[in-house]
Design a binder for this molecule. Structure first.
Ligand SMILES: [Zn+2]
Length: 352
């Protein structure tokens, strides 16, 4: 529960709400009772509390006396406003004892038919804390927890309304030990978030964290990482390894198409090839043509040698084979010479 006493707003410096009032000062030791009021005006969810009090003070100036005739106000958010000092007595109870010897606390809202508003949970809690403080921490005046009454106790009025009276009576009868009615907070967002906040922790499946992505291979931990990506890399490099986060295995598809790391290796051989290549292209292109020429040339030489050898054989009487060998050697020698000296042209041979 919020400590509303820590947030008390002191408006005693506001001379409209708290003007000096000669003749109304008192010694605190005559404070013997505490009266609880409602202001009998509808309380919206969102409003300017101080503007509301100034407006009420205007009515009090006209009917009762200078300034707002309550020592404390409590708005819907449970903020306690200190309006008047204890050593000033006010016109609020419709009764001399209540006025002169009392402290007045007023809650914003209309807690009686026809409105039948209910104090907010903040108002109940703040009222209880304020009453406890007044009754137990202010030994300078005798008012105690069994001196707390609804306004209607002092004079004929509905104040502080049927929905609030039971709480005030219970507070007095039980000397402050009373449970706050189970009504909703008007502004829950202003309440200390005790339980809701600690829930977020369970968010382990996500990425980053506390170095607890552990990698195991064959049941043995081989690494631990702060980020899941680190663990995944480790698994990729160690087939069969698994990742655990806080003891729970994190699903990971084993090596996907890995070739990517291999590509960078290729560039190395490539540079060696270029120097070789330039030579190859020149040779092959010519070699192709040259090979064909050689074949034709060899065939022609063979054919020509055979024809000439027949003639030689006829003229010399040498065996046909010897004539052929001789002529072949001669013609090959000529051909070789021609081949080594491209500029020489021998009719019938060089065009090849
Ligand atoms: Zn009243």
């Amino acid at each position: 529960m919020k400590n509303y006493m820590d947030g008390i707003v002191d408006l005693t410096g506001d001379t409209y709400l708290n003007p000096s009032w000669p003749g109304h000062s008192r010694n605190e030791n005559i404070i013997k009772t505490i009266a609880v009021h409602h202001d009998a005006a509808l309380r919206p969810h969102d409003y300017d509390s101080i503007a509301r009090y100034r407006s009420e003070a205007q009515g009090h100036y006209a009917r009762l006396g200078p300034g707002l005739q309550y020592h404390y106000k409590i708005d819907n958010t449970g903020v306690i406003f200190k309006i008047r000092p204890h050593n000033v007595f006010l016109w609020h109870a419709g009764d001399d004892y209540g006025n002169v010897n009392g402290i007045a606390i007023c809650l914003d809202g209309y807690f009686h038919p026809d409105a039948n508003q209910v104090p907010t949970r903040e108002q109940y809690e703040a009222l209880q804390q304020l009453l406890d403080w007044l009754c137990t921490k202010n030994p300078q005046f005798p008012a105690d927890q069994d001196d707390v009454f609804p306004h209607r106790h002092y004079s004929a009025t509905a104040c502080c309304g049927n929905t609030l009276v039971p709480f005030v009576d219970a507070y007095r009868v039980n000397s402050g030990t009373v449970a706050v009615p189970n009504v909703a907070y008007d502004w829950p967002e202003f309440q200390p978030q005790v339980n809701p906040t600690p829930t977020p922790p369970p968010a382990p499946t996500t990425e980053i964290h506390d170095g607890l992505y552990r990698v195991f291979l064959n049941g043995k931990q081989i690494a631990a990482y702060a980020k899941l990506t680190g663990a995944q890399t480790k698994v990729r490099d160690n087939p069969g390894a698994i990742i655990k986060y806080h003891g729970v295995e994190v699903p990971y598809e084993v090596p996907v198409p890995p070739p990517t790391p291999i590509t960078p290796v290729e560039p190395t051989p490539t540079p060696t090839i270029p120097p070789v290549e330039p030579e190859k292209p020149s040779t092959p292109t010519e070699a192709a043509g040259e090979g064909t020429k050689e074949t034709i040339r060899t065939a022609l030489i063979a054919g020509f040698s055979y024809l000439v050898s027949l003639g030689l054989n006829y003229l010399t009487g040498l065996p046909e084979t010897q004539s052929t060998v001789i002529l072949t050697l001669v013609l090959k020698g000529i051909d070789k010479y021609v081949h080594e000296n491209p500029n020489i042209k021998l009719k019938g041979i060089s065009p090849l």
